[in-house]
Design a protein around this ligand. Structure first.
Ligand SMILES: Nc1ncnc2c1ncn2[C@@H]1O[C@H](COP(=O)(O)OP(=O)(O)OP(=O)(O)O)[C@@H](O)[C@H]1O
Ligand SMILES: [Mg+2]
Length: 243
């Protein structure tokens, strides 16, 4: 299967504005009467098509950043511009639409539905997007072929290895052809072989023009990205370009 049929390029013509722009981003969690400032003023710009790793110790705020970038949570103060639009101005329906159209999520725990076959899991985002049944199946199967699981489409998650389950999750993330992939510790539960498979997929997604934000605490995983952002105690402490 040719790459172009599943992964058309999404580089916006002539766009120089960053696709992601956090400015003075702060996030305070409230638990009862206790407040915790998880993000303490973050500035982060990511251009269309960039491959960026976010690294930092446990509790430093990585998943908080991911939830903000993915419009799963909102800032306490500061601003988040997504493709030039202030996310704060969007209502729930618009946010859901942004998540569905623009963003593909990959999580450490795969988040697959155990009772559904691989292709049924992959078709789910298209059901929310209102894609016709026959097209859903064709695209789900194509996405699974794309991640090397064309012979496993009828297997349920429990019948697949961890690496294969994560590849199903990657297929699900890219089946709606999102411009951006947000991955939170996608290799955290994988052995080195499966890690390599998933990172190889990300390399290909990057080559096809996707914007990728990869959250990890493993430095050799981060080294696959073109830029690494270091987070500590809710602040960006350093940024470096990879060789
Ligand atoms: N819903 C919440 N309510 C209260 N505190 C929270 C909430 N979510 C996260 N926190 C706190 O905010 C801080 C940052 O959490 P976050 O999940 O972003 O860290 P992380 O860098 O992803 O860590 P890990 O590497 O362990 O996944 C932590 O101290 C955490 O306890
Ligand atoms: Mg986390």
């Amino acid at each position: 299967m040719s790459q172009a049929s599943v992964l058309p390029s999404f580089r916006a013509p002539g766009s120089s504005e960053p696709v992601i722009k956090l400015a003075e981003a702060r996030k305070t969690y409230k638990t009862g009467s206790i407040e915790f400032e998880a993000l303490r003023g973050i500035d982060l710009s990511i251009a269309e098509g960039e491959y960026v790793a976010v690294v930092g110790p446990s509790g430093s705020g990585k998943s908080t950043i991911m939830n903000i970038l993915g419009c799963l949570d909102t800032l306490t103060s500061g601003s988040y511009l997504l493709a030039g639009e202030n996310v704060e101005d969007l209502d729930e329906a618009e946010l859901a639409s942004v998540r569905n159209r623009r963003i593909g999520f990959v999580f450490q725990q795969f988040h697959l539905l155990a009772s559904l076959s691989a292709w049924r899991n992959v078709e789910l985002p298209m059901m929310y997007a209102g894609v016709h049944r026959d097209e859903r199946r064709a695209r789900a199967v194509a996405a699974l072929e794309r991640v090397g699981l064309g012979d496993r489409i009828d297997n349920k998650p429990g019948q697949l290895s961890g690496g294969q389950q994560q590849r199903v999750a990657v297929a699900r993330a890219l089946v709606t052809e999102p411009t951006m992939i947000l991955a939170d510790e996608p290799t955290g539960n994988l052995d080195s072989h499966s890690t390599e498979e998933v990172l190889g997929l990300f390399d290909e997604l990057h080559a096809s023009g996707r914007t990728i934000v990869l959250i990890t605490h493993e430095h050799d995983v981060a080294a696959r990205a073109r830029r690494t952002v270091h987070v500590r105690d809710g602040l960006i402490t350093a940024e470096e370009a990879s060789a």
